[in-house]
Write a protein of this length. Structure first.
Length: 486
């Protein structure tokens, strides 16, 4: 593959008008004669510091709940938009009483812990680190604080991995670090554990370490279900490139690591282990989903929503597969990873506010443009505020304080439409590779690992079979899809 770029990092202020305008707050875009190397404050370190600073701001945003709202009834934590599952499940899932997840039956309506095994272990470790003395309120506060510290470490891992996945584009990770929805939702639940493992897996794939990628995806799937979808993206990309050995290595690593984590619980505590899967299947339509919007608007309870959601997910994933095999150039791995996870979210029966965290690192790699990213984030912030104000309304009785159902439906629509918008621009980049900012310098797939620069061996359209050229901003022509020569 002909190279038209140097090895120095891409500067977003020279490519993105929003980044250039935003840089005026710190002195403006970097000049052409500025030195960009040799300083201890490297781009990765800057990204990590910014991400941790935003995480800390998110913790401050939870302060009204930490001080009193979590312990004064449901309404206050909703009106202050600072709800978190963490302190409530410390008591409700038996951690405060020393019960063992999956093995000990819970006294309430939920018989066993409804989280995957690795997340359950994370919750258990946090409970071991929580001081045992004092009132129950104090213990809940300390449990949230311990979890917040562990989740902050996960946030640092995510920032490092995203910044290093595209070698020449570390500054794209600022999209993740400065994402308002990241700060607002990071400590609602334990999702950052699975996201950190997924981000590390994508970094390993970008370095060609396919087995380690699979191991990390298996561990991530043991913490949350969605990371397994990335194997589907890898499948169709490897199909087009004929890289079956790489795909087999990834699947082997994922299967082994998932089994190593799950079997010690699955065999002796089957009923507790399977609770996550049965709960996910039996769960009715819930907050934030397109199915709830349809149900509320039509008055139809949609009792078969599980079938509808599964069917729509499979249909949309099939469409992504066709897109991959017919596109004029093989899509980048980050683009396909974003699309498959977005499809899963859009078609799901429930959309909890923290699910946006699944997409933020993928969006930063798939479409590193500030304008599109901020449009999407605006919709997610609207939804974040909308769900809490709607819950405040439904729990305020005759006072009707908060957002009525019609307003909440608009918040759901904002989430759906802005997510679809970001999906649309990613699909456009796939169909028109010259619009892809990552490929404008002649790069093929910086996150692709063994796929980067590989030739196609199977395509479904004449456009994909034809040699593809692109005209980067420098005016030079670059041939994509040919193996690099030493």
């Amino acid at each position: 593959m002909t190279k038209v770029h140097e090895d120095r990092p891409v500067l977003p202020t020279q490519q993105d008008e929003v980044a250039a305008a935003g840089s005026e707050l710190i002195g403006g875009p970097l000049g052409r004669h500025a030195r960009t190397g040799g300083h201890w404050l490297s781009p990765v370190r800057v990204v990590v510091l910014v991400a941790l600073g935003m995480f800390a701001l998110g913790m401050v945003q939870k302060l009204p709940c930490y001080d009193w709202a979590w312990f004064r009834g449901a309404g206050s934590q909703y009106t202050h938009a600072c709800y978190s599952d963490i302190p409530h499940l410390f008591v409700a899932r038996g951690f405060a009483d020393g019960l063992t997840p999956y093995f000990d039956r819970l006294p309430g309506d939920m018989e066993y812990l409804e989280y995957p095994v690795l997340t359950g272990l994370f919750m258990q470790v946090a409970s071991w680190l929580t001081p045992g003395g004092g009132s129950m309120q104090h213990r809940e506060q300390m449990y949230w604080m311990v979890n917040a510290g562990m989740l902050m470490a996960c946030a640092a891992v995510i920032a490092v991995c995203v910044a290093r996945t595209h070698r020449r584009r570390p500054w794209d990770a600022l999209l993740l670090a400065l994402a308002p929805a990241f700060a607002l939702t990071a400590t609602i639940n334990w999702d950052l554990l699975a996201i950190a493992l997924t981000a590390a897996a994508m970094l390993m794939w970008s370095r060609g370490r396919t087995l380690l990628f699979g191991v990390l995806i298996g561990l991530a799937t043991a913490a949350k279900l969605y990371p397994v979808l990335l194997l589907g993206a890898v499948f169709v990309l490897c199909w087009r490139a004929g890289k079956w050995r790489a795909f087999g290595s990834a699947v082997l690593g994922a299967a082994v690591s998932w089994l190593v984590v799950n079997l010690p619980v699955m065999i002796p505590a089957w009923d507790g282990w399977k609770k996550f899967y049965t709960f996910s299947q039996e769960r009715p339509i819930d907050f934030g989903s397109v199915w709830l919007l349809i149900s509320q608007r039509s008055g139809n309870p949609l009792e078969d929503a599980n079938t509808y959601a599964t069917g729509l997910t499979l249909l949309l994933c099939a469409g992504i597969g066709v897109l991959t095999l017919t596109a004029p150039r093989r899509p980048r791995f980050a683009q396909l990873a974003f699309l498959v996870v977005a499809v899963f979210i859009l078609a799901n029966k429930v959309y909890s506010p923290q699910y946006v965290l699944w997409l933020i690192p993928l969006a930063a790699l798939a479409r590193p443009r500030w304008r599109d990213f901020l449009v999407w984030q605006a919709g997610e912030v609207v939804y974040f505020l909308g769900i809490w104000l709607y819950l405040a309304y439904t729990t305020s009785g005759d006072k009707h304080q908060g957002l009525p159902v019609e307003g909440y439906q608009l918040a759901i629509a904002a989430h759906l439409l802005t997510t679809l918008y970001l999906c649309a621009v990613v699909v456009r980049d796939v169909l028109l590779p010259d619009r892809d900012v990552v490929r404008r310098d002649g790069s093929d797939d910086p996150s692709g690992g063994v796929l980067d620069g590989a030739e196609d061996v199977f395509v479904l359209s004449d456009a994909a079979r034809a040699p593809q050229d692109a005209a980067p901003s420098q005016g030079q022509r670059v041939e994509w899809g040919t193996a690099p020569r030493d």
